[in-house]
Structures are given as C-alpha cells and as structure tokens.
Design a protein around this ligand. Sequence first.
Ligand SMILES: *[C@@H]1O[C@H](CO)[C@@H](O)[C@H](O)[C@H]1NC(C)=O
Ligand SMILES: *[C@@H]1O[C@H](CO)[C@@H](O)[C@H](O)[C@H]1NC(C)=O
Ligand SMILES: *[C@@H]1O[C@H](CO)[C@@H](O)[C@H](O)[C@H]1NC(C)=O
Ligand SMILES: *[C@@H]1O[C@H](CO)[C@@H](O)[C@H](O)[C@H]1NC(C)=O
Ligand SMILES: CC(=O)N[C@H]1CO[C@H](CO)[C@@H](O)[C@@H]1O
Length: 505
Amino acid sequence: MISLSKAIACAVLFAHYASAAPAVSYSAATSSASVASSTSISASTSSSIVSVSSVTSSIASASTAASAPAASPTVPYASDDPNGILWGLNTDPDPQAIRGSLGATIMGPQNIAIDQQNPDLLAPPSTDAGSIQNAKWPFGLSHNRLQTGGWARQENIDVMPIAQSMAGVNMRLEAGAIRELHWHKTAEWSYVLNGSVQVSAVNADGQNFLATVSAGDLWYFPPGIPHSLQATADNPNGAEFLLVFDNGAFSEDSTFLVRHIYNLTLYGYSHGLQLTDWMAHVPKEVIAKNFQVNISAFDHIPGSELYIFPSCMSPSTIAGVALDYTPTAPPPDNAQAPEDPQGQVPSPFIFRMSQVSATQLSGGSVKVVDSTTFQVSTSIAVAEVTVEPGAMREMHWHPTQDEWTYYISGQGRVTVFGSSSNARTFNYEPGDVGFIPASFGHYVENTSNTTLRYLEIFNTDRFQDISLNQWLALTPPDLVKAHLQLDDETISHLSKTKPIVIGPQ
Ligand SMILES: *[C@@H]1O[C@H](CO)[C@@H](O)[C@H](O)[C@H]1NC(C)=O
Ligand SMILES: *[C@@H]1O[C@H](CO)[C@@H](O)[C@H](O)[C@H]1NC(C)=O
Ligand SMILES: *[C@@H]1O[C@H](CO)[C@@H](O)[C@H](O)[C@H]1NC(C)=O
Ligand SMILES: *[C@@H]1O[C@H](CO)[C@@H](O)[C@H](O)[C@H]1NC(C)=O
Ligand SMILES: CC(=O)N[C@H]1CO[C@H](CO)[C@@H](O)[C@@H]1O
C-alpha cells in the first residue's frame, strides 16, 4: 500500500515534468492536482499512510499545519514564533532579558545604552543557537590615535577575531592635513564618508597618479605602492573616510609594532611603512649619498614618524615641538601630478562610485563596484546597499568570500547562520563593523524608521552572491515542496531573478 501510493505520487510528478517541457515554466495547476491525488490515496487504513495524509493536508492549509504537532515526516515543524525585534534603538527605556515566557528581569547593574542597542543579544530570537563568534565591532569601542590634524581608529583580529580576511581603519583629516607618504604589504581600499581627499601615488614603473575624490568615491592602492592622502577644503572641516585592508591582522597602530614586525616576517602581516620613519632610521651619511646632496640638507628631517600632520611651511613643527608653522592652502581639486617622463599609471587608482547610478529595487537600491569596472581593485569588491524602512536585504550568501560590513546610516538586524544549528543575531548602527564568513547565510533587515545604508566589502576581484529566493525558484517545485511543504501560492511568489533588496511586505 505504501509503495503503491509512492508509485502513484511519483507517476504524477513524472507526468508533471513530462508536460512542463521547460522545467522552469512551472504550472501551479498541475501541482495542485498532484497534491489532490496523493490526498485521495492516503484515505486508507494503513497507519503509515496517516502521516502522508497529515503532510498533504498541511500543504493544503499552511495555517492549520502550523498548529498540528510534530506532523512533518521526520522532525517537528519550526516554531511559529515570528521572533521579531523587541525594541528599536532608544525606543525602550527599560530593556529586559525577556522574550515571551523565557528569561527574567535584570536585577544587577545594567549598561542600559548597550542593551538598548542590542536587543537580539539581550533577548535573542529562539531561532538563535550554538556558537557563532562575535561579529560586531563598533568603531566607537576602538582605541583612537589622536594626532595634530586628525585621528585614526582601527578594527582588526585583535578586537574581532572572526574577521581574519580583512581589517578596517576609520580616519579623519582636517582640511589640508596629510596622512604621510607611506606603503604597506596589504592592498588599501577606501570609501570616502565626508569631504574630499587628494590621493597621490607612484608605481613600480615610475608612473605617477594624483586625483581628488569625494563622498561615496573609492580609491585602491595595490600592495607595496607608495601613496599619501590629504584632505581638501571642499568641506571646511576636512574629510573622513573608511580604509579596508585585505588582511585581518593589519594594524595602523605603532603601539603593536613589535608584535607586527615579528609577524611581518613570519606571516606577512603589515603595519604601514612611513617615509619619515625610514628616513629617521638610516645613517645621514647614507641619506646624503643616496640623494647626492650636502648632508646639511637633511638637518630638519623628523626624528620619528609623522603619520598624520597638518600641512605646514616650517619643518620645526615636525620634530615634536610646534614652533611656528603656517598652514598652506589645502590642495585644489584640479591639482596636477608633476610632469612624469614615464607617463601616468595605466589604470586609475580611484573610482567615482558616487557618480554611478544605483540599481533601483523594490526595497531599496544597490551599487556594485569590483574589478570589472574598477580595474586595479583586484582584491576588494564592494556593494553599497540601501534598504528602506520595512524592507530587507534578502536571505543570501557569498559563495567563497567573507563579508566585512560597514554601517553608514539607519539600523540593521542580521542573523549569521553557520551550519549545524549555529545561528546568532546581531544589531548594527552607523559606525559599526560586521563580519560574515564565506558561505554563511544571512540577511539584513532595516530595523529603523530611516533608510539603512551600508557597505558589503569582500576580499575578492568579483562580487558574487547566491539568492535563496532565486535558488528555490529555479529548482523543480516539487523538490522544494518536499523540503519545505510550501503551497502552490507560495511557490508562485518565488522570484527567478534576485530581489536583492525586497519589501516592504
Ligand atoms: C518608528 O516610528 C514609530 C512611530 O513613530 C515608533 O513607534 C517606533 O518606535 C519607531 N521605531 C524606531 C526603531 O525608532
Ligand atoms: C559631513 O560633515 C558635515 C560637518 O562638516 C555634516 O554637517 C554633514 O552632515 C556630513 N555629511 C554626511 C553625509 O555625513
Ligand atoms: C603572530 O601571529 C600569530 C597568528 O595570528 C599569533 O599567534 C602570534 O602570537 C603572533 N606573534 C606575536 C609575537 O605577536
Ligand atoms: C655642506 O654645507 C655646509 C653648510 O652650508 C658647508 O659648511 C659645507 O662645506 C658643505 N659641505 C660640502 C662637502 O659641500
Ligand atoms: C517604518 C518601518 O517599517 N520600520 C520597520 C523597520 O524594520 C523593523 C523590523 O522589521 C520593523 O519593526 C519596523 O516597523
């Protein structure tokens, strides 16, 4: 009897596939017939068939199926609890560790501001399980390096061990201030957050480059290419930008220099090498010989690295004692690189992403820039995503590349799923860094009343993602039904193109 019902059900499926010649042109009507016929088969006395009957009735009515206990063929149904976010940022003055019937109030001390920002850590959805490493780092928790003319703070494996493949730096330069001439073994990718920055570089063929980029634009310096950054006065306050390096152990901070020099040799980790630091650590006799000038020409080179400093006329500021410096005018946007007999670099080190129009989607927008358009950027790709209130970046994953996420505005909720029941939900705000290992399933839900804008950054030359929705739409429907017991109406809503950002519902 069991084998007969299976045989008939399979015959119906076969008939379905035979009639639907292009497998993608799925017919809801045919599938309803297959459900109906298997239901009629199950109207028998065999106890084994009873489970088939309850399965098919659950297909017929999703709402009644939900209340039927343990009716799935081998495991109970997933919980009906919608597990929504319990409070938004600063909307609950008294956040508590309670979700439904679980948890209890906090009786000890409480950092309310942190709990307000992290509802899904304090009162996680019941779908969270197992152990996903911490995947949130607010730049606001980073030690900041304050300099005359700006500051810099970093995220790397020291503070977020899960993020092995990329590290980030948030840097600020006042108008005219300079991030000094330097280089490093990692590539450097940047997204300008505010103001404008003039970048300079020279490549191994002696070709030079000079350009000014503004908010929403990118630069990229391949490993080892010497470069500098200087804020213009487009914004009288100067500029701020995000830097991303293709190695999670990157450190800008000389506090950890000893450790990183050790590892520079062993592991190829990379603190930047500064022009002034090098010059201060070579015998002056050698420097004079190198440049073939009188040694006195180097009487005023700095005794240690500058890192970030205001542009100035007098070198006397540089030795650590600010005597009298006169800020020069910040560079104009149309400044030209010095005449170069070797010519200019063949492929620009900047990309004006702010001028690319975003692809509009039902729930927001997306701009992807990788080496297909920004040719030199062979180790970093980016998707700039906006998600409107009530919408979400769809459930997806990136096949081979980790995602280093940076939140610019709005608030987002992300569940990182890493197989074997391991899942953890995090809440993000502007200035936070997130991290999602390659192939880990995730989504980004807008949990604010404003547009959520963030960057998905990958250590790769090509942006790639897999859409759950598209995957299911392009898989034989009966196969999908066999897994998820979806009804035809739901199957018909699957999208054969990637929704990317979807909603509101
Ligand atoms: C969004 O706006 C609604 C209505 O004003 C308010 O009740 C809710 O708390 C707001 N949510 C957030 C996350 O700010
Ligand atoms: C840029 O910075 C200025 C302050 O200098 C601020 O008023 C403005 O809102 C910022 N713009 C963005 C897009 O963050
Ligand atoms: C170098 O890096 C490795 C791998 O991250 C680490 O285990 C080791 O402690 C580091 N060495 C030093 C001296 O910091
Ligand atoms: C270098 O310059 C100093 C100061 O101008 C001068 O006294 C000295 O003779 C010069 N040395 C050489 C080798 O030219
Ligand atoms: C305005 C709006 O629709 N806000 C929504 C943002 O996302 C969260 C989580 O889904 C919802 O609770 C809000 O209503």
